[in-house]
Design a protein around this ligand. Structure first.
Ligand code: ZN
Ligand code: ZN
Length: 310
């Protein structure tokens, strides 16, 4: 479904899946390039939050009708490339497109786990000449540093609130994703309470309790038996196969998380594999035995109607 139309009443929080693909091997399975890398947009009455910036996120944002400069907050679950490949582009395009008649006082906040400060430093180094040219001869204001504020969070074992202002509260908690510092998020607006998993292996962290009572969970998913079989047949390195299958959540376990959290809606994203030959019903059949609520197999540019569960 390529549906870029707003769901729900005017002013309601809108959630759009910008990219639904998981992993860093876009061509690993034939046709998987039809999905972009992991990214979710939440439009909370003009507060524009982007969770992760995988490959294609900047263009997907434009496709759904927004300018990068409208983004007020970027939340990063972890620094694997399939989640941050376009983070630098998102921030720099947000900064640059501020020249196009947008509010000159607009600023951007980036929140991420341990490692995000390195990403910030690397981005500024990689873009050093561009930034210098824009701030110098091109006289762009505010400066890149003044425009974007980066916050690095050591993944907390107990939930902490990182944003608390009218219309938006964001809490975060550590999720277990191998050795990678990783965050899950709970995003609460005036009309929506949403939990997002990022990447995690099931059962070794407190995400289900963290997500308890939310209107919906957006959760990563892997078809463990299928992926292990395909990768082993391709001769993939055992350490890589183990990372994929151990540090992501098998479909039946995703259902268990949603059941334990007591949510009415479960949205699957970060699909591994993301082969279009695997139809939605296969994912639903894998999750259904462990979750009785609504299951949504997300697609790029899909607007999620999550208020309907209220
Ligand atoms: Zn990932
Ligand atoms: Zn990851």
């Amino acid at each position: 479904m390529r549906d870029a139309e707003p769901a729900g009443p005017e002013g309601a929080t809108k959630v759009v899946v910008l990219g639904s693909h998981g992993g860093q091997q876009i061509t690993q399975l034939t046709g998987s390039h039809l999905r972009c890398g992991t990214s979710v947009l939440i439009d909370a009455g003009g507060e524009l939050i982007v969770v992760d910036c995988g490959c294609g996120a900047v263009h997907r944002l434009a496709e759904v009708g927004y300018d990068a400069n409208q983004v007020t907050t970027v939340l990063v679950t972890h620094c694997h490339a399939d989640h941050v490949a376009e983070l630098g582009s998102m921030v720099s395009f947000a900064w640059s497109s501020g020249r196009n008649g947008a509010d000159p006082d607009r600023r951007l906040e980036v929140w991420g786990p341990t490692g995000i400060a390195d990403y910030e430093a690397g981005t500024k180094l990689a873009l050093r000449r561009s930034i210098a040219d824009q701030e110098g001869p091109l006289a762009q204001v505010p400066t890149f540093d003044a425009f974007a504020t980066w916050h690095e969070v050591v993944p907390p074992r107990e939930p902490v609130t990182i944003i608390d202002r009218p219309g938006l509260e964001v809490r975060t908690v550590r999720v277990q994703h191998g050795g990678m510092p990783s965050l899950g998020f709970r995003i609460v607006t005036d009309d929506l309470d949403l939990a997002i998993s990022g990447d995690r292996g099931a059962g070794r962290d407190g995400f289900a309790a963290f997500a308890s009572g939310a209107d919906a969970i957006i959760h990563e998913v892997i078809d463990r038996p299928l992926v292990r079989g395909v990768l082993e047949a391709q001769g993939a390195a055992p350490s890589f196969v183990d990372h994929l299958v151990d540090d992501h959540t098998d479909a039946p376990d995703v259902g268990r998380v949603a059941t334990e959290a007591g949510v009415p809606v479960l949205v699957l994203y970060h699909l591994i594999p993301a082969n279009p030959g695997i139809d939605d019903q296969r994912w639903i059949d894998l999750v259904r035995p462990t979750f009785a609520g609504e299951i949504v197999v997300s697609r790029d540019l899909q607007v999620l109607d999550l208020q309907g569960a209220r």
